[in-house]
Every structure is written in structure tokens, then in C-alpha cells.
Design a protein. Structure first.
Length: 217
């Protein structure tokens, strides 16, 4: 089972609210990132994942000079990107005031963060399950606006819980369990799915073989 750290406030009543900024305080990151006994951070996993994503983009010849990590957390992707794309500029955006103060990230939300120029690679890992259905759709469409090249997205879906893929002992249960189809359907408006969490912007003028498109898109 894969350890996953992700949280989303379910709220009360019939209209659950997306997680509030106060959730992502020092105690949250101490629990899920800094305490070795309860941390879900696996540097070796991040290294393998980063090598896969970056190598695949290099194979496809996606030019990567500007990288945006939305919900960058403690900055796990920064060194990975630097190793694979040494000429690229890395920009981290984070919703947590605590992390922005500690690491110097720009504060912003994946739901409405704006950039003057789209990025070649956008990373969004473990962020989307924090959002309710309306906000997650806004965020997915915003990711399409932010990327002119590729997107790597990781989000725990309802099916992952049902099929016992996540490790519930280390996964924060306060997340929304959106079906995978919600993510795929909305991302499909602006991206072509390549598999492994990698998506190619429809604005990227790169040829793809039919079998490189997941699901025959």
C-alpha cells in the first residue's frame, strides 16, 4: 500500500467546505513530514518518481525551462528538478502560511493562482483531495491555464480507498474521496493523459503515437 499524506476538511451540513489554511500549520507538518515515526515522506520514492516524470518529458522532448510546483510543501521536487533540468527556474507556491514563512514560498492557492506566462512543467502533488468538488474542478481548469507543456498530478481517488491502495495508518482521513473520473474528465478538457500521472497540455505542439495516449484519447 502507498503511504499518502493528504487532508480535506469535510465541514458540516450539505455543503462541505474545502480545507482551511489553519489546518496546514506547524503541527500538521511535524506530524506528516518532520517526525520520523509518523512521516509519510520517503526521499527514495520522491527520487524515483521525479526521475520517471523528468525522464519521460525529456524523451518526449518537452522543453522545460520554467517549473511551477503548486502546493510545494517542504520543497521535495526542487532538487529533483534541478538535477534533471539544471537550466530550469523553479517556483514554489504554497497555501500554508507556516511553510511560506519557513521556506520563502509564494503564498497562493491552486484554485485561483495566476501567472503572467504559463509554465513548461506544473507539479501538483497531494493537493487536490483537500478541495471540495466545486473547488477541485476550478483547480483542475486553473492547472490547464498554468501549463503550456506538461503537468504531473497526484491525487488520491475514491477508488484508492475502496481498493485498499492507501495506507490508512499514515494517511490523514480528512480528505475528500472524489472518484477518479472527476479528475480525468476535467483534466481532459485541457490535457492529454499520458499515464503515470503525466499529462500533456493541448497547447503543446508535440506529436504523440496513438498508444502513448492513455485510453486512446
Amino acid at each position: 500500500m502507498k503511504p499518502v499524506s493528504s487532508a480535506g476538511g469535510q465541514g458540516v451540513g450539505n455543503a462541505p467546505a474545502s480545507a482551511q489554511a489553519t489546518l496546514f500549520d506547524e503541527a500538521y507538518y511535524q506530524r506528516f513530514y518532520f517526525d520520523k515515526k509518523t512521516s509519510v515522506v520517503d526521499p527514495a520514492h520522491t527520487e524515483r518518481l521525479g526521475a520517471f516524470v523528468c525522464s519521460y518529458l525529456q524523451y518526449l522532448r518537452v522543453p522545460v525551462l520554467r517549473v511551477l510546483d503548486v502546493g510545494c510543501g517542504i520543497g521535495l521536487w526542487r532538487d529533483v528538478v534541478a538535477r534533471h533540468f539544471p537550466q530550469a527556474q523553479f517556483h514554489g507556491v504554497e497555501f500554508s502560511e507556516y511553510l511560506c514563512g519557513r521556506f520563502g514560498w509564494e503564498r497562493g492557492s491552486v484554485v485561483d493562482y495566476k501567472a503572467r506566462t504559463p509554465y513548461d512543467l506544473v507539479i501538483c502533488q497531494g493537493v487536490l483531495p483537500y478541495l471540495n468538488e466545486a473547488d477541485v474542478q476550478k483547480a483542475l481548469r486553473n492547472l490547464a491555464r498554468l501549463s503550456r507543456g506538461a503537468l504531473y498530478v497526484e491525487a488520491v481517488a475514491r477508488e484508492d480507498w475502496e481498493q485498499d491502495v492507501v495506507d490508512e495508518e499514515v494517511t490523514d482521513p480528512r480528505m475528500f474521496k472524489h472518484p477518479a473520473q472527476l479528475y480525468r474528465r476535467t483534466l481532459g478538457e485541457g490535457f492529454t493523459e499520458l499515464g503515470g500521472g503525466v499529462w500533456l497540455s493541448k497547447r503543446a505542439e508535440l506529436p504523440l503515437f496513438a498508444l502513448e495516449r492513455a485510453g486512446g484519447q
